[in-house]
Design a binder for this molecule. Structure first.
Ligand SMILES: Cc1cc2nc3c(=O)[nH]c(=O)nc-3n(C[C@H](O)[C@H](O)[C@H](O)COP(=O)(O)O)c2cc1C
Length: 200
C-alpha cells in the first residue's frame, strides 16, 4: 500500500473508467474512509447513497454531462462557446464520466445540533468535503480513480428528482469511481508554496 504522501501527491481526478467492477470490499473500504473523516461537533450529518443500477447510472451520467455543459457555458465569467464545449466533449470521448459506481454525498440537516443554522450548514458541508477527500484518497490507494462533481449544484432540482431526495437532505457532491482507463498524470498546481503561505 502506498504511503499517504505519495497517495496525496499522485491523486488526480479521473473522468474515464474501465468497465471493471469495484468489489464490495473495495466499495466498503472507500465509504468507510469517508465515514472516518473529521466531522464538525462529531455530528456526522452526512449520508452516502450508492448508485449502481444501470438505468439510474445512465440517467445520472446524462445529467452530469448536462450540468458540466451548464458550468462551461453559464458559470464561467469567460463562458465557452457551444463549439468549444462540443470540441471538449468530442476530445474526451463517448465514455466520459461512465463509471461502475457513483456515490451521492449528502448533507443531512434534518436533525439540528446548533443554534446558528448558517454556521451549522457550513460545518456540515465542510465535514462532507473532508469525507469526499478521504474517499478519493482511499480509492486512489486501491488503484481506483474518482471524480468529484460539484456541477449538480447548478441543476439541483433535476438531480434531487432523479435521486428522489427527501426534504432536508442537500447534495454536497456526486462522486464517480472506477478503474482509470488511461494513465492519470497529477495536475501541477499554478500556485506554489511561496505564493500561498504567509508568515504572520
Ligand atoms: C468542490 C469541487 C467541485 C468540483 N466539481 C467538478 C465537476 O463538477 N466536474 C469535474 O469534472 N471536476 C470537478 N472538480 C475537480 C476539479 O476540477 C479538480 O480537482 C481540479 O481541476 C484539480 O485537478 P486534480 O484534482 O486532478 O488535481 C471539482 C473539485 C472540487 C474540489
Amino acid at each position: 500500500m502506498a504511503d499517504i504522501f505519495s497517495t496525496i501527491n499522485e491523486r488526480t481526478m479521473v473522468r474515464k473508467f474501465t468497465d471493471k467492477a469495484i468489489s464490495e470490499k473495495e466499495k466498503r473500504a472507500i465509504i468507510e474512509a469517508g465515514i472516518r473523516a473529521p466531522t464538525a461537533g462529531g455530528n456526522e450529518q452526512w449520508e452516502f447513497r450508492l448508485i449502481e443500477t444501470p438505468k439510474l447510472k445512465e440517467d445520472l451520467r446524462g445529467l452530469l454531462i448536462k450540468a458540466q455543459k451548464a458550468y462551461f457555458t453559464r458559470m464561467l465569467h469567460k463562458p465557452w462557446t457551444e463549439e468549444a464545449v462540443k470540441n471538449w466533449f468530442g476530445k474526451m470521448g463517448d465514455d466520459i464520466y461512465k463509471a461502475p459506481l457513483y456515490v451521492a454525498v449528502l448533507v443531512d440537516l434534518r436533525e439540528r445540533a446548533y443554534t446558528i443554522p448558517d454556521v451549522e450548514a457550513l460545518w456540515a458541508q465542510q465535514s462532507a468535503a473532508a469525507a469526499i477527500e478521504n474517499m478519493l484518497l482511499a480509492a486512489w490507494a486501491l488503484g481506483i480513480g474518482g471524480c468529484w462533481f460539484g456541477v449538480p449544484l447548478l441543476m439541483e432540482k433535476e438531480f434531487r428528482e432523479l435521486l428522489r431526495l427527501e426534504e432536508g437532505l442537500k447534495i454536497a457532491a456526486i462522486l464517480a469511481f472506477g478503474y482509470p482507463k488511461e494513465k492519470a498524470t497529477p495536475k501541477i498546481r499554478k500556485k506554489r508554496y511561496e505564493d500561498v503561505v504567509k508568515q504572520l
